[in-house]
Write a protein that binds this ligand. Structure first.
Ligand code: PTJ
Length: 244
């Protein structure tokens, strides 16, 4: 296909390939491929670039993570397939723990993800040791199993590409939740403290950069920023319709 390598379409096709490959090696659930399809459609609507509102959310996320006592980066199949180098960098900068937490079993996928993260430089990966497993109240899926030293005792949890139930359960457990979700209307997006409406492949790189600089407390209201993000999508659609 004759698309320049920097073109968003090319990047999006590369991302798709990465996920398909990771599915083949047992890291990504088949449902993860469906989530990717939904993500691609939503990314098209936001213009396949990081919006102003997403940049505000990234700043607020960096401040929240820098000021956390026990920040935990929760990793699922899609996040591991797309962002392993950035997950490792972020955990080093923040001294944050990494925990594998999956919606869809089996244990073997958890272990494969933990192996990939370790092979890529992570010192310790939580979420695979049954001895330190605890249950998070209010969830039916495999996501309820968390590590006592990780998500269970965290004050701030970074949860990418998430289902609504766990975000609500984490909020009930009095944790601050930061999420990446291309859908500003999802239950996760609506329930989180900071929602980064952007493709995790772009936003994680920016979050790593932002966490390297000392942040001052931003004035931040997630509901307002989500409303901005919806207005940006509307504007972008109008612009695209005029171009068509
Ligand atoms: O590996 P597991 O078992 O933990 O499963 C992971 C998935 C993603 C399959 C699971 O959490 C799931 O089913 O999630 P949902 O309910 O499909 O929600 C995923 C959300 O992430 C949706 O709102 C998607 O639009 C959004 N999304 C998809 N791809 C991206 C994304 N958001 C940011 N960046 C993406 N690349």
């Amino acid at each position: 296909m004759n698309i320049p390598k920097s073109h968003p379409r090319f990047v999006s096709l590369q991302t798709r390939e990465k996920l398909v490959k990771a599915f083949g090696s047992g890291l990504v659930a088949k449902e993860g491929l469906i989530a990717q399809g939904r993500g691609e459609a939503l990314d098209y609507l936001i213009g396949e670039k990081t919006s102003k509102s997403a940049k505000k959310a990234i700043s607020a996320a960096a401040y929240t993570l820098q000021n956390a006592k026990n920040p935990v980066i929760s990793v699922n199949g899609n996040f591991a397939a797309l962002c392993t180098p950035e997950i490792i960098k972020l955990s080093r900068i923040l001294d944050a723990k990494i925990e594998v937490n999956l919606f869809y079993g089996p244990e073997s996928r958890k272990k494969a993800i933990a192996r990939l993260l370790k092979k890529s430089g992570a010192k310790e990966i939580l979420g695979t040791d049954l001895k330190s497993a605890r249950k998070l109240k209010g969830i039916d899926s495999a996501r309820r199993i968390v590590d006592k030293d990780g998500i269970f005792s965290a004050d701030v949890v970074l949860v990418p590409l998430e289902d609504g139930d766990r975000t609500i359960a984490l909020k009930k457990a009095k944790k601050k939740v930061i999420t990446f979700d291309l859908n500003p209307l999802s239950r996760t997006a609506q329930a989180s403290d900071v929602t980064i409406v952007d493709n995790v492949t772009r936003a994680m790189k920016l979050l790593v950069k932002a966490c390297k600089k000392k942040k001052v407390k931003p004035r931040y209201n997630n509901k307002e920023v989500l409303a901005e993000s919806i207005s940006e999508i509307k504007k972008n659609l109008k612009r695209r319709a005029r171009l068509a």
